[in-house]
Design a protein around this ligand. Sequence first.
Ligand code: SF4
Length: 97
Amino acid sequence: MAVTYTGLGEWPTWLDTATHTPACRGHDTDLFFPSASRSGVGAKRQITRAKAICSTCLLLDPCREWALRQPLREVDGIWGGTTTGDRGRLLRESRRQ
Ligand code: SF4
């Protein structure tokens, strides 16, 4: 799971009791918070690596749904295979439909 949560929103407690082990468990937490440590090409590589880990996670859908329900400004980082920017785009697209 993305173990360090620095946002102000609700902690995803469902991760603590999830029936499957989060694929991000054991990985460096910083990998899932690229904006805090890198920019440019380095950040893109980091995001690609984090998303690749998420793509193998059995919790991908609930994790993404949780992240989409949180206020964008309060939840940073990659959750459910999405960056904050991705979630903003998904939310804007869903409002247009
Ligand atoms: S989808 Fe990604 S951030 Fe969410 S629990 Fe799985 S690996 Fe961690």
